[in-house]
Design a binder for this molecule. Structure first.
Ligand SMILES: Cc1ncc(COP(=O)(O)O)c(C=O)c1O
Length: 425
C-alpha cells in the first residue's frame, strides 16, 4: 500500500452515531406529535406520551425504579447535584478527564470539585479516589469516558464504605456495559445525555435515573417547577421534596425522536464496537503502543479508541503523520488528535476552573466561607501528574458509525506505516 501524503481524503467521515441511524422511524414519531398538536409532555390535545414511554423503556432496560427525561446532560447533572443535596461546604470528587459540565454542575450547586487521577482505563483511578475521599466528600462523579466503563464495581464499593453517594455519568457511554450490566444501573444516580454527538440523540436531551424514591422524587421536582407531580402529570405538593425548580423539562418532540432512537441503540453500539475492536487489534500490534485498558471490551459502546505511545513526542509525530496521510476528520469533526488537544475534556484546558472563576461577581462558590478549604486545591496542569503523563502520550481516534471494514484496515495500515517510519517496529 502506498501512503498518500497530504491527502484531501478524510478517512474519518463527519458522522455521529445516533443521527447516522435516523430515518423514517423518527419522522413517524415526530409527525405523530405534531399532528396531535401536543408537543408538551404533561398535557395536550392528544398527548402521545412519548416521554413517559422513553422513561419506561430505560427503567426496564437499566432495571431502575425512577427515570426522568430532561433537556440536556448538563441539566441532568445539575438535577443530580441538587437531588444529592450537594451544596456549600461539600466536595464532589471528579476525574480530571471528563467534560466541563461535570465541573460546572458542582460549581453551580455551590460546592467545590476535587480532581481525581485517571488510570490506563482513562476513567477515575480507584486508588487515588481512596486517597482523596474525605468527610467533606458529598458525592463521587464517576464519568464513563469515551464510550467504555470505569471501574464501577470497585468505585461503588469505596463509596458504600465511606457512605458517599455515587453519581454515574453515562453521557458518553449510553448502551455500554460492565460485565453484562448496563452502565447507569450501578450508582445511586445515573445521568445520560442525548446531545448530537452521543450514541443516541434527539439533538439535545438528558435523563436522570435512580432507585431511591426520595432521590427520584427530588429529581422530578428539581428538573421541573420544584413541586412533585403525580402519575397523571399534575402537580402534587410533597413537603419532603418541595423547593425551587430549574425548568429543564424535555419536549414531546425530542422524546418522540428518542423513542425511535432507543430501539436502535444496540445496533448503533454494535456497529461502532466492531470497528473499534478492529482498530484496537490492528494498531495495537505496533511495538511500544498500548491500547486503552478497556475493562470489558464486549461492553464497550464503541465511539472512540485510545492509544498510548512511549513518549509525548512520538505521540505528536504519529498523529501528525497519520493525519497528513488521511486519518483525519471532515471539516466539522474532531478526531485523531493528541489528547492534550481534546478541549474541555481535560481539566487544565478548563480556564474557568484553573482560574477559579465564580458564577457571579461575588465569586461564588469560591468566596463562600464554608468553602474556604478550596485554597488547598489547585487545578493547574500538574495537579494530576499521572493523568498529565498519560494524556501527553495518548491519541484519540473517533469511530464514525459509517466507517467500513476496508476503511478501518486502511487506517490501521497508515498507522503501522507511520509507526515504522519513525522507528517503531
Ligand atoms: C461526560 C459528559 N457529561 C455530560 C455532558 C453534558 O451533556 P449535554 O451536552 O447534553 O449537556 C457531556 C456532553 O458532552 C459529556 O461528555
Amino acid at each position: 500500500m502506498t501512503l498518500v501524503n497530504h491527502s484531501d481524503e478524510t478517512l474519518l467521515p463527519n458522522e455521529w452515531p445516533g443521527s447516522y441511524f435516523m430515518g423514517e422511524e423518527e419522522v413517524d414519531t415526530v409527525t405523530k406529535v405534531l399532528m396531535a398538536r401536543s408537543p408538551f409532555r404533561f398535557y395536550g390535545h392528544d398527548l402521545q406520551h412519548y416521554a413517559d414511554q422513553v422513561e419506561d423503556h430505560f427503567r426496564q432496560r437499566l432495571g431502575r425504579k425512577n427515570a426522568v427525561l430532561v433537556n440536556s446532560g448538563t441539566g441532568a447533572l445539575s438535577t443530580a447535584m441538587l437531588a444529592a443535596d450537594v451544596g456549600p461546604g461539600d466536595e464532589v470528587l471528579v476525574p480530571g478527564y471528563m467534560w466541563v459540565a461535570c465541573i460546572s454542575s458542582v460549581i453551580r450547586a455551590g460546592a467545590i470539585p476535587r480532581l481525581v487521577e485517571i488510570n490506563d482505563t482513562f476513567t477515575m483511578d480507584p486508588d487515588d479516589l481512596e486517597r482523596k475521599i474525605s468527610p467533606r466528600t458529598k458525592a463521587v462523579l464517576l464519568v464513563h469516558m469515551s464510550g467504555a466503563c470505569g471501574d464501577v464495581e470497585r468505585i461503588a464499593a469505596i463509596c458504600k464504605r465511606h457512605n458517599v453517594l455515587l453519581i454515574e455519568d453515562v453521557a458518553q457511554a449510553n448502551g455500554a456495559r460492565f460485565h453484562g450490566k448496563p452502565l447507569g444501573s450501578f450508582g445511586d444516580i445515573g445521568i445520560f445525555s442525548f446531545q448530537y454527538n452521543k450514541n443516541m440523540t434527539a439533538g439535545e436531551g438528558g435523563m436522570v435515573v435512580s432507585d431511591d424514591d426520595l432521590l427520584g422524587k427530588k429529581a422530578w421536582a428539581y428538573h421541573d417547577l420544584g413541586y412533585a407531580r403525580n402519575a397523571a402529570g399534575r402537580l402534587e405538593p410533597d413537603g419532603a421534596v418541595q423547593t425551587w425548580g430549574q425548568g429543564l423539562r424535555m419536549s414531546e418532540i425530542s422524546a418522540a425522536v428518542l423513542h425511535a432512537q432507543a430501539q436502535k441503540l444496540d445496533l448503533i453500539t454494535a456497529t461502532m464496537r466492531a470497528r473499534n475492536q478492529q482498530l484496537y487489534a490492528g494498531i495495537g500490534q505496533i511495538p511500544g503502543v498500548k491500547p486503552r485498558r478497556v475493562i470489558d471490551p464486549a461492553g464497550d459502546s464503541g465511539p472512540f479508541v485510545i492509544f498510548t505511545w512511549p513518549t509525548g513526542e512520538i505521540c505528536a509525530e504519529i498523529v501528525e503523520r497519520t493525519r497528513a496521510a488521511g486519518v483525519k476528520p471532515g471539516p466539522m469533526g474532531v478526531g485523531n488528535i493528541r489528547m492534550t488537544d481534546w478541549g474541555l475534556h481535560i481539566y487544565y484546558n478548563n480556564v474557568s476552573l484553573v482560574e477559579k472563576r465564580g458564577i457571579n461577581s461575588a465569586g461564588r462558590p469560591w468566596s463562600d466561607p464554608l468553602n474556604s478549604f478550596h485554597t488547598e486545591i489547585s487545578y493547574h496542569k500538574g495537579a494530576l501528574p499521572q493523568m498529565d503523563d498519560l494524556i501527553e502520550r495518548s491519541c484519540l481516534i473517533p469511530v464514525p458509525p459509517s466507517l467500513t471494514e476496508a476503511a478501518t484496515n486502511r487506517i490501521i495500515d497508515i498507522y503501522q506505516q507511520c509507526a515504522r517510519q519513525i522507528g517503531l517496529g
